[in-house]
Design a protein around this ligand. Structure first.
Ligand code: SF4
Length: 415
């Protein structure tokens, strides 16, 4: 039943439906939950109206249990572990990632952001570094927005509105045409294969570094307009899908091009990451260990290898026997994946309260950062935002659970 909207107070908040973290949203309380009033895109509205548990029911090997006994079972299984893998740090807020790092060190286990392989962008970041800005700066100062093998309408639905793209030149570079209605007049649409895009970047760098324009009279005609637009812009902001480069060399090339354009004007690069709080989690791991992901602590000090110490490879090689997996859904594909490794004990902490628990392992529903738990989250431009939550859930916060596990451990190592 809806109350009269004029009788209900309007609440302002931050949407955490994606890592754009729109902070201009409003909602009103309804008797059957919050109702989005302004600012929420479809995805954000679904996030705001996530189903929260009236009571927290945990499961051990498919049977319902109280939280206390599920946590005791977790302690027991972790206590027996030879090698604990903690994965899914991209589902956690900043303080919880700190606690997860402490737990990993306590158990001399391993830590990873998620089950995704390291992207080419991360290699490039290590090699070339990043030139970035805040979204506010882009909104105020950028004159050219480049959508580089990405579709923000799908990944970050309000991005173009938030940077005021309608008042800028926007160009589309991809191996696909912009088939969704973006409401923009593109200053250029360039349908290039990834190899052609790499070649175009090489030409661009040659032109920027050229002593005289006549040196490059032979620039291929299909690249000339894009090169002109990029070289002629005062402030280029380039948004890219982290999977949008053909290989690490092309990711390095993209990063180098951005640096190169800074010799003439200003240019910044934003990976439009799909993982929720992956960037924030990497920042915490960097501050604690000096390494961003795929960290192995078996020897008592942090070691990194993008492949060898990734969660997926350590499980595949049979080195991991207990996995603490923080996730937002347990899909059929993931259950099939669990079935491939029957000797691994799975401890699943889940933010999607409608998830059907698997038949084996310990399963605990947890609060949702920013929705049912106040916390600090990282926006895609690296800005740390304090988010206050108004909705309460019976599900425990991961910070509480991690704190209990650390306190009950008999190990003594600390950060
Ligand atoms: S763009 Fe992202 S943060 Fe903004 S309202 Fe949509 S889901 Fe929420």
């Amino acid at each position: 039943m809806s109350l009269n909207p004029s009788e209900r107070p309007i609440s302002q908040g931050v949407c955490c439906g994606c890592n754009l973290l729109c902070d201009d949203v409003t909602w009103i309380a309804n008797s059957d939950g919050p109702e989005p009033l302004s600012g929420y895109c479809e995805r954000g509205a679904a996030w705001l109206q996530s189903i929260l548990l009236p009571e927290a029911v945990a499961y051990v090997d498919g049977r319902p249990q109280t939280l206390t006994s599920a946590l005791e079972e977790t302690q027991h299984r972790m206590g027996q572990s030879r090698h604990l893998q903690i994965v899914g740090l991209d589902q956690l807020d900043q303080r919880s990632v700190h606690a997860a790092a402490q737990l990993g060190l306590t158990y001399r286990g391993s830590l990873d952001i998620n089950f995704q392989p390291v992207s080419s962008f991360e290699f490039a970041l290590q090699k070339v570094g990043r030139v970035t800005a805040t979204l506010g700066e882009i909104r105020q100062r950028s004159d050219l927005v480049v959508l580089w093998f990405c579709n923000p309408l799908a990944s970050h639905p309000r991005l173009l509105e938030r940077i005021n793209a309608a008042d800028k030149k926007v160009i589309w570079v991809s191996d696909q045409s912009p088939n969704s209605p973006m409401g923009l007049d593109f200053a250029g649409v360039f349908e290039f294969s990834r190899n052609e895009a790499d070649e175009c970047l090489e030409w661009l760098r040659l032109v920027v570094n050229a002593k005289s324009p006549s040196e490059f009279a032979e620039i291929p005609t299909q690249f000339a307009k894009l090169v002109d637009l990029l070289v002629g812009a005062r402030y280029v902001s380039l948004f890219a899908d982290p999977n949008g480069c053909s290989d690490p060399f092309s990711a390095v090339s993209l990063h180098e091009t951005i640096r190169c354009l800074n010799d003439r004007g200003r240019a910044v690069l934003f990976p439009l990451r799909h993982d929720h709080q992956g960037l924030g989690a990497e920042n915490v791991l960097l501050s604690v260990f000096g390494l961003a992901r795929a960290i192995n602590l078996n020897t008592g000090h942090p070691r990194f290898h993008w492949n060898e110490f990734s969660a997926i490879e350590q499980i595949r090689r049979g080195e991991t026997d207990v996995v603490l997996w923080i996730c937002d859904a347990v899909t059929q594909e993931q259950i099939a994946w669990q079935n491939r490794f029957p000797n691994v004990e799975w401890i699943i902490w889940n933010t999607n309260h409608q998830t059907q628990p698997p038949n084996s392992g310990v399963f605990i529903p947890i609060s949702i950062p920013g929705l049912s738990e106040s916390c600090d989250l990282t926006r895609l431009d690296d800005l740390l935002l304090p988010i206050s939550s108004n909705r309460k859930t019976a599900a425990p916060s991961p910070l509480e659970l991690l704190g209990t596990l650390i306190a009950s451990s008999t190990h003594s190592r600390s950060l």
